[in-house]
Design a protein around this ligand. Structure first.
Ligand SMILES: [Zn+2]
Length: 286
């Protein structure tokens, strides 16, 4: 198994890259409640996650294979070019092809939430219409995110109004399922509501053969937040709820020793929560 793949009992998680980018907004604007010098210890611990005064992030997606089902978690930024990150283009489709994954083999596209960097490859254009990029998949997301991001005022306030192109066509073709509670995607794969980053944000717990891994989505977007859980990026829609969710999740993951999978940390984003001198830290490795 390569370092980009991990087994969880009988299930398997494969890390995929859509892109890796230095986010253009400088750290003090991206993290308004974090003083610049507070980053210093984390610059030494996680040098790949900084580029000068900017944060370097992975735009990761994951393939989960469980009980004969193929589940894609998130679809990245999409084909681009994405103007506000230097015209970069996503590579998810090439990644899937390099791993011999046929788009028709994906049974479920699970969207942790409806931010643009998680839904970019949902649809493609065919004869002037938007059609699902994964032709046999059900697309699954929490209903609260559908309700929130379908609002015209929310779309208008974003950098790029993506809903009509990347989400609404799925609803129109009746392949979009809105969850209103935690739900099993297979007997081994459970979607869990972890709100705050967005109203309907969900994480995915993979449990099989006595092993567990949590694909946490954007509850944590930088490894420093494992230590400083009150550090809040501007992307957290409801910071107070996001902090509560981080606290609850980190408490549980530390006690259980569960492997944590983090799509915006340096690829493959596999790690654990460890404690040193009374503080929690992110430790790379599954
Ligand atoms: Zn994200």
């Amino acid at each position: 198994m390569s370092s980009f793949e991990m087994s969880v009992g009988n299930a398997e998680i494969v890390a995929l890259t859509d892109m890796n980018c230095a986010f253009p907004t400088p750290l003090p604007e991206l993290w308004p409640n974090v003083p610049c010098d507070a980053w210093e210890p984390f610059r030494k611990m996680f040098p790949d996650t900084f580029e000068g005064e900017r944060m370097r992030i992975e735009i990761g997606c994951y393939l989960v294979r469980s009980q004969g089902k193929t589940i894609l978690i998130d679809t990245g930024y999409g084909p681009g070019p994405i103007d506000y990150i230097g015209g970069l283009r996503g590579e998810l489709m090439a990644e899937l092809a390099s791993k011999s994954v046929d788009l028709a083999d994906v049974d479920t596209v699970f969207l942790s939430h409806l931010h643009i960097d998680h839904v970019g490859w949902n649809t493609r254009e065919e004869n002037g219409k938007r059609v699902p990029a994964f032709p046999n998949a059900r697309y699954v997301v929490h209903q609260d995110d559908i309700d929130h991001f379908s609002r015209p005022d929310v779309q208008a306030a974003g950098r790029y109004p993506f809903y009509d192109e990347l989400v609404q066509p799925l609803a129109d073709l009746d392949v979009l399922d809105g969850l209103t509670s935690d739900a099993n995607l297979t007997d081994e794969v459970r979607a869990i509501h972890t709100p705050g980053h967005t109203p309907g944000h969900m994480s995915v717990m993979v449990s099989s053969g006595g092993e567990r891994a949590m694909i946490q989505g954007d509850v944590l977007i930088h490894p420093a937040q494992v230590t400083e859980l009150e550090w809040t990026p501007i992307f957290d829609g409801d910071p107070e709820t996001a902090i509560k969710t981080r606290r609850k999740m980190l408490n549980q993951l530390e006690v259980d020793g569960t492997t944590v999978v983090s799509c915006h940390f340096t690829k493959p984003g596999f790690g654990r929560i460890v404690r040193t001198d009374g503080k929690r830290y992110w430790q790379v490795g599954d």
